[in-house]
Unconditional design. Structure first.
Length: 214
């Protein structure tokens, strides 16, 4: 019963939007543990100069890619306190950046155009997809697919052998990302264990999808 209630709360976008009211200092320092070894391994030979992180929290992954020569970063998070933490973290330095609480194709297209970029080298969806309803997820992936060379996903994966796109399992939505990304002409080039702590009764995986049209 406790697990069910916990997962109901964790799957509610309003919990993440107003989390700072419950946990006062949650975004005062870096949120979570950055899987640096994991990123070093899977992005080792990929040139990432521009990166968008949807659900960026305190911007730890953006900071990681900035340390690896990314010059353009774009962070989106539903929580205003998380965005403020990102702005403080990147207040100084030569990185060209933008942070927003809203997912706006118009805004990040303008960011790309202003900086003479055709697309983001990488878009990140890290433990955020399960919170979205399917229409939201489909719209976001469709939009990012037009603006990304690679899409990285860490979430709850639904088995490839089934042909429905989504199923709720023990309180969390699992998504068949292979089928979803295939709709938008992306091919999976990496698939492996998630670097985070295993979630009970959930298929936690990481994957990189590459735009087949590039």
């Amino acid at each position: 019963m406790f697990l069910k209630a916990k997962r109901f709360l964790a799957s509610n976008k309003y919990f993440w939007k107003y989390r700072h009211l419950i946990q006062k200092n949650i975004f005062k320092k870096s949120y979570g543990v950055l899987p640096e070894k994991h990123f070093n391994k899977i992005f080792n030979k990929k040139k990432i100069i521009s990166v968008l992180d949807f659900g960026c929290a305190t911007g730890d992954k953006l900071e990681y890619f900035a340390s690896k020569d990314a010059k353009y970063i774009y962070g989106i998070d539903i929580n205003i306190e998380a965005i403020q933490a990102c702005k403080k973290k990147f207040k100084y330095g030569k990185i060209i950046k933008n942070f927003d609480v809203n997912f706006s194709e118009k805004k990040f297209t303008k960011f790309l155009t202003t900086n003479n970029l055709k697309r983001f080298d990488l878009s990140i969806l890290d433990r955020v997809c399960y919170i979205l309803d399917f229409k939201e997820l489909n719209d976001i992936v469709r939009t990012l697919s037009k603006k990304s060379k690679y899409i990285y996903i860490d979430d709850f994966f639904y088995s490839k052998k089934f042909f429905n796109l989504r199923k709720k399992i023990h309180g969390y939505y699992h998504t068949n990302f292979d089928l979803l990304l295939k709709k938008f002409k992306f091919k999976k080039i990496y698939y492996g264990r998630s670097p985070y702590k295993k979630v009970l009764n959930s298929n936690t995986k990481s994957a990189i999808f590459k735009n087949n049209g590039l």
